[in-house]
Structure formats: structure tokens, C-alpha cells
Design a protein around this ligand. Sequence first.
Ligand SMILES: Nc1ncnc2c1ncn2[C@@H]1O[C@H](COP(=O)(O)OP(=O)(O)OP(=O)(O)O)[C@@H](O)[C@H]1O
Ligand SMILES: [Mg+2]
Length: 259
Amino acid sequence: MKQIQNIQEGIETVVSKKVMLEIKDLKKAFGNNQVLNGFNLELFEGENLVIMGKSGSGKSVMIKCLVGLMQADSGSIKVMDKDITTLNRMDLDELRTEIGFLFQGSALYDSMTVRENLEFPLRRHKHKFGTITDTTQLVTEALESVGLADAIDLMPAELSGGMKRRVALARTLILKPKIILYDEPTSGLDPITAKEIIELMRRIQRQYKTSSLIITHDVDCARVVSERMILLVDGINYAEGTFEELKASKDEKVKAFFK
Ligand SMILES: Nc1ncnc2c1ncn2[C@@H]1O[C@H](COP(=O)(O)OP(=O)(O)OP(=O)(O)O)[C@@H](O)[C@H]1O
Ligand SMILES: [Mg+2]
């Protein structure tokens, strides 16, 4: 829990918010390339936090450290108060079921049907669900929540880009995560399909009350989905605020994002 001062219309209140994710002083370099150089963030329960940063600024590296796909050089990462750098494999695996990760691109398994793609995480995390005799219901439910129940027996090659993104989202939702990490959810999509995905993300947040970290360089996406934003510049959380606050900034590096 964290006490937060909130000043609205001149009235100051203190609210406590549950911290779902906390990154402190994260550093990661590849040789001489110091990608993250003391990055911090807090994600509060139920919020949509957008991270924006230029291409190559380290957004994907940050998210990979967060899910344990990459090891940071230093810093701490806590997921719901548990330090992921000190957990053993089994506890880490269990914690991972609380975090859904929508990869950049869609990363569906091309040789599996949509159904098999969705069954995959269920099988991998058996302990969370016990022995599931009927996966069909869970698969159908997840596909329905992204409006694609009819696609259950199709192969990824038979899907459009937007449909692939939806199936990947369904595969994330099937584990009923408390936190969803989106890496560039709208990249490579045409503006109309991108809008549909954004709408879907908002609906999912309302329906499942998830907390989301959204990485994007799509200004429209940030404007629509973000409650709060962090700009990743020079390896640090360079600026934070609402979309409107950041848009009004006089700082040249911040202004560059909104041109
Ligand atoms: N496995 C790796 N080995 C060496 N360098 C890497 C590796 N992964 C990432 N990098 C470097 O780290 C930097 C940040 O990469 P990252 O993929 O995080 O960028 P990004 O902000 O996600 O960019 P984009 O918006 O294009 O997805 C880049 O300079 C990249 O070359
Ligand atoms: Mg990236």
C-alpha cells in the first residue's frame, strides 16, 4: 500500500493504493550500451500505465527484465510485494501466472490451431487450475471476450494481423492474470484495427479489473488508454504525468513525443 496525495479542485485528500508492480533503480547494459540506467516505476491496482520511449530506448528490455526473460544488472523488481530476483523457480513460475504478457508482435505458435495456442498456457500452469477436464469452456470463454469464438479451429496463417493480436490477447487472458503487460499492442496494425484493439484493452480492464502496463510509441493509443504515463528517455523515467500534463510540458525531450 502506498499513501498518495491527491489534489483535485483545490481539495487535498490522501488515498492509499495497492502497488502491483515496483521497479527501482533498474540497470541493464549490453557491452558499452547502457540501455537502462536507473529506471523506476510503480503500477497501482486497476490503473492503465503507459510507457512511451523512442525505438531502441529500452522498453522491451525493461519488460523482459520484468518477466524474467532477461536478467538485469542491478535494481529491484517487485510483483505484488514479492521480489522476483530472489524467488526460486517454482515461486517465480506461480507468480508468472498472475502476469499476462502480450509480446511485441503476436508470437502465436504457427503450427498450432487457435485452440491449441490457448490450451498451451493452461497445460503449462496446471497447478493454478488443477486438472482441467474440459479446456473447451475456458478456451471459448477467452475467445468470446475478444470477439473471436468462431476462430477456434483456425491456424494462425488463416488470421489477419488484428485477429492474431486478439488471439494472443485471449491466450493472455485465459490465465486470468491480475497484471497485463502489453508491448506495442497496436504496432503494425492499420488505424481502424488499432482502434479496435485499444477499445478491447479498455473493455478488458473494466471487465477483469486488471492493472496494465502498456508500452507504445503510438500517441493516439497513449492518449486513449493511459491514466498515467512515464516517458523513458536516456535509460530513466524522464517524465511522468497524465497525457495532458506531459503534452503541455515545455521540456524539449518531452515535447518531441507529441510532434
Ligand atoms: N539481447 C540483446 N543483446 C544486445 N543488445 C540488445 C539486446 N536486446 C536489446 N538490445 C539493445 O538494447 C536497446 C534497447 O532495445 P529494446 O528492444 O528494448 O528497444 P525498444 O525501446 O523496445 O524499441 P522498439 O520501440 O523498436 O521496440 C537497443 O539498443 C538494442 O540494440
Ligand atoms: Mg520494443
